[in-house]
Every structure is written in C-alpha cells, then in structure tokens.
Write a protein that binds this ligand. Structure first.
Ligand SMILES: [Zn+2]
Length: 276
C-alpha cells in the first residue's frame, strides 16, 4: 500500500542495523524499558526487505557508541554492512559512531570517512551520556564543518527516547559556531518538537528527522512540515520501533508534491551531494 511515489523513492535517514551482540543488547534494553512489541525483527535482511516494500531505495545506518573505545569496531561493522548488502534493492549509507571519550574523535571520524567510505555521523547523548558541545568534540566539529558531513544527534537523555527543549541548548550553540555542518535533530526532539522547529528557523544548518519515538509519531503538523519542508528528513528507526514505515510514509500524503519529494528523498540527496 505505497501511498507515496516520488520519482526518486524514499531515503530513510534513520535505521539501526547493529552488529550481533550489540543489536541483541539494544533489543533487550527496549524489552526492559518500553511497553509493547517492536514491529520488526532484529534481522538485517528482513528489515531491508520491509524497507524496500515500503518504497525505500536508500537507508542511512546509524551506529552509536555507548562508551569510549567501541566506535572503531562499530565503524568497521558499518562498512562491512554496506559491503555485505551492496546487491540489495535498498542501498545503504554507512554511519559513523564516535564518543567524546575516544582517544582522538576527529581522527576516528576522518578515518571512517576516508578509509571506510562512511558518510554520516551519529551522536547519541543519552546512550553515550554526553553533550554535543563537550569540549572534547571541538576538533570533530571543525572537521565535519569543513567537509559538510551530516551529523544526526539524539539530544534527549531520557531512557524513553523523549527530548526536552532545554536539552537542545548545546546543539543550538554548536549550530551557531559551525554553520557548515548539517545538524539533524533525531525524532524532531519529540515531544518538544516546537523547540526543534525554533532551531530550524534560527539556523540554516539545522534539520529534523521524522523518525517516530518508539511508539509515537513525532508531533509535527502537516502545516509545519509544509513550511519547513526543505529541512525535514524521513526516518523510521527500524527495527527498533512499534510504528510501521508505511504509516509514517502516509503522513506525507497531505503535503504538496514539492514538500513530499523534498522530505522523502530530495533533502537527503542534497546533503550527501554537498559533502566533500
Ligand atoms: Zn534511532
């Protein structure tokens, strides 16, 4: 029941195809903390098939580091994932994990870009227990600013995955200081989406993703999506979500063709094309 048929299909900018034991550990976390059943199995092949069926043609895999020292392995696994599924109908964009406590975060990211071919950075403030304006990330921000590498930030610290507006203050400061880096606010800071939209309106380099918060669709009205359409990315959070991709895609039905195409794929393609 594909409701959306923009010529370029859909780019899903938020999936987690985590390797073996880590993938299992994340599922256990959801079982322990979140009520209800996740809608997708922790099986990379099944997840990619489900995405393809929903009209997704490209997906950004976002690994994240819960502590210092694990990012290099996650990044290698990210590159292997892209390679392993290179024949699949859904083309994978490999994401980069990094933690402020890593020995040299900027070097780690540069190596992931140049030697592993990875394209986007994920920072998870609750899982990693840090702020995006942590001074140890300063060289990293200079690097991604210079090279226009998109950085997806989960800014909230609550185990529920929710974000409060005040938790966006560090991101506000980073956006101001590094205008060359596209900063994507994961889940549009749901439920405090008004705070995320305020940052989109304040900074040309701030984006939000339409990724559901486990069970909730993010609270962005069709009117806001239309108005901010050049700064919204599509996301699903597969496989760790209770929301079906199709249900999220159907939200775009109410929009103008221009806004629909921008959110479904145009913005994501533009961001990756601008990277260097
Ligand atoms: Zn996620």
């Amino acid at each position: 029941m594909l409701v959306l048929c923009p010529a370029g299909g859909i780019v899903d900018c938020h999936v987690h195809l985590l390797p073996g034991r880590l993938g299992e550990a994340v599922r256990e976390f959801f079982d322990a903390h979140i009520e209800g059943k996740l809608a997708y199995p922790n099986d990379h092949g099944v997840v990619l098939d489900c995405l393809a069926q929903a009209g997704v043609v490209q997906a950004w895999h976002l690994p994240y580091a819960h502590k210092p020292g694990v990012a290099a392995d996650l990044n290698r696994a990210s590159a292997e994932l892209v390679h392993r599924w290179s024949d699949h109908a859904v083309s994978l964009v490999g994401g980069i994990a990094v933690h402020p406590g890593d020995d040299a975060p900027a070097d780690l990211v540069e190596e992931a870009l140049d030697e592993l071919g990875l394209r986007v950075v994920k920072l998870h403030c609750s899982v990693g227990d840090f702020e995006v304006d942590d001074p140890r990330l300063e060289p990293l921000w200079r690097l991604v600013d210079r090279r226009a590498v998109p950085v997806v930030v989960h800014a909230g610290h609550d185990v529920s995955g929710e974000t409060r507006g005040v938790e966006l203050a560090p991101l506000d400061r980073v956006a101001q200081r590094f205008p060359g880096v596209p900063l994507v606010i994961a889940h549009a800071a749901h439920p405090d989406t008004a705070a995320a939209v305020a940052l989109v309106e304040r900074h040309d380099n701030v984006y939000v993703d339409l990724t559901p918060r486990v069970v909730d669709q993010v609270a962005l009205s069709a009117e806001v999506l239309e108005r901010c359409h050049s700064r919204v990315l599509f996301g699903s959070d597969l496989p760790n979500t209770q929301v079906l991709v199709e249900d999220n895609v159907s939200r775009l039905e109410a929009l103008s063709p221009q806004a629909r195409t921008a959110i479904a794929s145009g913005n994501a393609h533009r961001l990756l094309a601008a990277q260097h």
